[in-house]
Write a protein that binds this ligand. Structure first.
Ligand SMILES: Cc1cc2nc3c(=O)[nH]c(=O)nc-3n(C[C@H](O)[C@H](O)[C@H](O)COP(=O)(O)OP(=O)(O)OC[C@H]3O[C@@H](n4cnc5c(N)ncnc54)[C@H](O)[C@@H]3O)c2cc1C
Ligand SMILES: NC(=O)c1ccc[n+]([C@@H]2O[C@H](COP(=O)([O-])OP(=O)(O)OC[C@H]3O[C@@H](n4cnc5c(N)ncnc54)[C@H](OP(=O)(O)O)[C@@H]3O)[C@@H](O)[C@H]2O)c1
Length: 240
């Protein structure tokens, strides 16, 4: 089936580190909810290569923003990283995904737990109205401190911001991984909030192994996956 792609124009490609980049794209009207993703694409050797990317911008911002990492030898991400202002980027017409606040039951505290570029959908969510939750905690876990990107944006939101740096010592960040810190109480302590089924809804995004390990840790605390038919406390989106 042929697909109608929209053609956007890159207006900025910001490189945060050697591997992390953010693309800003204009000229495409995309109707989506914060937390959703869309496929973006380039033509490589005559073939259109498309991958899902979460929106970073808020739904009412006409400039689209995507946050990516270069996967060495990946078919698309190294090429996206090389785009320059003025280059074309194809955007699919149909945003999708269920990692959005309208899918969530009531909770006192909203926890947004991310690894790496899994931060992206939570940036969009934090740029919208989160006032139905009394507290919002954003957790970003990365390998190295210089990968703690978007700090200015995050500090401009109402979220309590907790960071993990796993492969070097970093002042102000927790060591190790999110699941271990759920189990030993370090995450609750850093956030200043209880992580209980009575008080919390947890959204998880990023590395699929983290999603699995974090869900196992949360299960030990009595939290279970949220489904429309059987409401729970955990909503996940895997990036690969
Ligand atoms: C719903 C959804 C939303 C996504 N949103 C984003 C996003 O906002 N930003 C983003 O960078 N990627 C996102 N991805 C991943 C993205 O679609 C691509 O897989 C990624 O850009 C790499 O593309 P590639 O063609 O270079 O390599 P691929 O062939 O797609 O991937 C090769 C391998 O790279 C690893 N990998 C893929 N994506 C990542 C990643 N993000 N971080 C670390 N390792 C990875 C995995 O091991 C994967 O098997 C999302 C994926 C899904 C399913
Ligand atoms: N980040 C880089 O320095 C770098 C550089 C070049 C290329 N890349 C490429 O980018 C991809 C990975 O990038 P990334 O660093 O964004 O993602 P990542 O490997 O998912 O790591 C991000 C964070 O998630 C943590 N994590 C990994 N598995 C976990 C689990 N099971 N439970 C809880 N936490 C877990 C990592 O901790 P641990 O450190 O303990 O694993 C790290 O703190 C790879 O394809 C890699 O080749 C990355």
């Amino acid at each position: 089936m042929s697909e109608t792609w929209l053609t956007g124009k890159v207006i900025e490609n910001r490189h945060w580190t050697e591997t992390l980049f953010s693309l800003r794209v204009e000229g495409v009207r995309s109707s989506f909810r914060a937390g959703q993703f869309v496929r973006i694409a380039l033509d490589v050797d005559g073939q259109r290569v498309a991958r899902a990317f979460s929106f970073v911008n808020s739904p009412d911002d006409p400039v689209l923003e995507f946050y990516g990492v270069i996967v060495p030898d990946g078919p698309l991400s190294p090429r996206l990283a090389k785009l320059r202002a003025g280059d074309a980027l194809y955007v699919a017409p149909n945003p999708a995904g269920f990692l959005m606040l309208s899918e969530l039951p009531e909770a006192e505290t909203l926890w947004l737990l991310s690894t790496g570029t899994g931060l992206a959908p939570f940036l969009s969510i934090l740029r919208t109205d989160t006032s139905r939750f009394r507290n919002v905690v954003l957790v970003h876990a990365v390998r190295h401190a210089n990968e703690l990107t978007y700090q200015e944006v995050i500090r401009g939101t109402r979220a309590r911001y907790v960071t993990f740096v796993s492969r070097e010592k970093a002042a102000g960040s927790l060591e190790g991984r999110i699941p271990a810190a759920i189990l030993d109480g370090r995450l609750e302590k850093a956030a200043g909030r209880p992580l209980t089924p009575e008080s919390s809804h947890v959204m998880l995004c990023g590395n699929p192994q983290m999603l699995k390990d974090a869900q196992a840790a949360l299960a030990q605390r009595g939290l279970r996956k949220h489904r429309r038919r059987t409401p729970g406390h955990i909503t996940v989106e895997s990036f690969w």
